[in-house]
Design a protein around this ligand. Structure first.
Ligand code: SF4
Length: 176
């Protein structure tokens, strides 16, 4: 049976993968330009997604919170983080949205040019550039490789992250 990687879980893990990488690679990632801007969004036009999307080709599944159809007919995925306040999108949230962009493309046959990320105060428009797409697949590949590895060392020194981690109970390296 095809094994799907659940995007939400994948993205939660991805933060660890970012930090596990060597300093140089991490710098390269952190310095990568992100095409994001704050936009006004008519939230009333958003349609809540009820069912997850699947991609057999990429072995991915995930459910954007909402989807909206633009005037040109394009379908745009939307992720809402109502408790998050930040002036810039988090990288893990951006990757999660990119995953939804790929899932929307797979499901509806048209590649969305961007997705929307709603934090508490702002809505960011994240362009689905080729670079972002390539980065997403790079992370996905790393995560899949690590899933078959026996041990993946802790990648950070942040007890707060461990405190809220879903793998905390089974993790020998937890800090909290
Ligand atoms: S509990 Fe373990 S897996 Fe979770 S964040 Fe901490 S070190 Fe990472």
């Amino acid at each position: 049976m095809e094994i799907f990687l659940v995007v939400v879980i994948a993205v939660a893990l991805s933060a660890a993968f970012f930090l596990r990488r060597s300093g140089r690679a991490e710098q390269r990632r952190a310095g990568a330009p992100l095409d994001a801007r704050v936009v006004y969004a008519d939230t009333g036009a958003w349609t809540r997604m009820e069912k997850p999307l699947f991609s057999r080709r990429y072995r991915l599944t995930g459910k954007p919170d909402y989807i909206v159809q633009t005037e040109t007919g394009a379908l745009i995925p939307i992720e809402v983080k109502p408790n998050r306040a930040a002036t810039q999108p988090r990288h893990s949230d951006t990757m999660q949205l990119m995953a939804y962009g790929i899932l929307v493309e797979e499901k509806f046959g048209a590649r969305p040019a961007y997705g929307l990320l709603k934090y508490r105060d702002d809505v960011f428009e994240i362009a689905f550039t080729e670079e972002l797409r390539a980065k997403f697949f790079e992370i996905l590949q790393e995560m899949r490789a690590a899933r078959s590895a026996k041990n993946v060392p802790r990648s950070h020194d942040d007890p707060v992250r461990c405190k809220y981690c879903g793998y905390r109970d089974e993790c020998n390296e937890r800090l909290a």
